[in-house]
Design a protein around this ligand. Structure first.
Ligand code: NAD
Length: 288
């Protein structure tokens, strides 16, 4: 059993913290905004109070600036050797900066962003992509296993964030590619079912097609069957694509399709679709 301070009890953080409590860990939570649902997590009045006895802290915050600002408050208040795990999706360089600040203060740290969305957070089936030293990873593993089912140590500081944005860049691009194929098929008089049957067993096969098909019918669980409600919000896809573009520019990588996908989602979100599942982008591709 570990003593955990959990920061950011929003859509993802609250169910993650609940799973830690269920697994028998002692969790103190802090969020400036009270959680939306009743919770059995002990809430602290200030960030510093939550960390008082903690061996491990987890942050699940909106942005890198939130993480760095909070670390500046927590690091002087933490016991030496406390393990800081940041599971927010943030810029790779900001993640490295968070590691550096933690190390300077005598703490251990990991970047450990997740995929799997709110459903995965509730079910405890998230994928964690982890960056940091081997010993810190080993110490965090039992805790991460209480919240996720696939825990991948990707490398040193920032490697978890790098894996997250590379994966989501593939996803953003491939969802637009699949959407363009369905829209072209519509114009050519080819049915959704026929294209799905062929592409899902041919070289066009990919997750955006076979698990998350952007047209209703072929994959009954995909958000297309419920008017693109729920799922993974387009605003969050845009956030991740922008992080990927920022990282690509800083690293000098050519990501032309990543840039084009970012522009498509920027327009889609600007048109008022930030809360719509990202597969709803097929409507923009259709020109609706
Ligand atoms: P959210 O906005 O629902 O929750 C963020 C919470 O952080 C809010 O409740 C906010 O009040 C709180 N917060 C802000 N400043 C704080 C501080 N100083 N101390 C403590 N709490 C503070 O967002 P979310 O959907 O839970 O996402 C959290 C992170 O997870 C983001 O980085 C997001 O990109 C990433 N993520 C989200 C999803 C998803 O499907 N929602 C999936 C994967 C990754």
């Amino acid at each position: 059993m570990a003593r955990v301070a959990f920061y950011g009890l929003g859509n993802m953080g609250l169910p993650m913290a609940r799973n830690l409590v269920r697994a028998g860990h002692a969790v103190h939570g802090f969020d400036p905004v009270p959680p939306k649902q009743e919770t059995d997590i002990a809430l602290a009045g200030t960030p510093e109070r939550a960390i008082q006895d903690a061996e491990i802290t987890i942050t699940m915050l909106p942005s890198g600036q939130h993480v760095l600002d909070l670390y500046d408050k927590l690091l002087p208040a933490a016991r030496p050797g406390t393990l800081f795990i940041d599971s927010s999706t943030i810029d790779v360089n900001e993640a490295r900066e968070a590691h550096a600040r933690a190390e300077r203060a005598g703490m251990r740290s990991l970047d450990a962003p997740v995929s799997g969305g709110v459903g995965g957070a509730e079910a405890g089936t998230l994928t964690f992509m982890v960056g940091g030293e081997d010993a810190a990873f080993a110490a965090a593993l039992p805790l991460l296993q209480s919240m996720g089912k696939s825990i991948v140590h990707c490398g040193g500081a920032g490697a978890g964030q790098a894996a997250k944005i590379c994966n989501n860049m593939i996803l953003g691009i491939s969802m637009i590619a699949v959407s363009e194929a369905f829209v072209l098929a519509e114009k050519l008089g080819l049915s959704h079912e026929a294209l799905f049957r062929v592409a899902s067993t041919s070289s066009g096969q990919c997750w955006a097609l076979t698990s998350y098909c952007p047209v209703p019918g072929p994959v009954p669980s995909s958000p297309a069957n419920r008017d693109y409600a729920g799922g993974f919000a387009s605003a969050l896809m845009l956030k991740d694509l922008r992080l990927a573009q920022g990282a690509a520019e800083a690293a000098g990588a050519r990501t032309e399709l990543g840039r084009a996908a970012t522009q498509v989602y920027e327009q889609f979100v600007r048109d008022g679709n930030g809360g719509v599942d990202f597969s709803g982008v097929i409507r923009a591709v259709r020109g609706e």
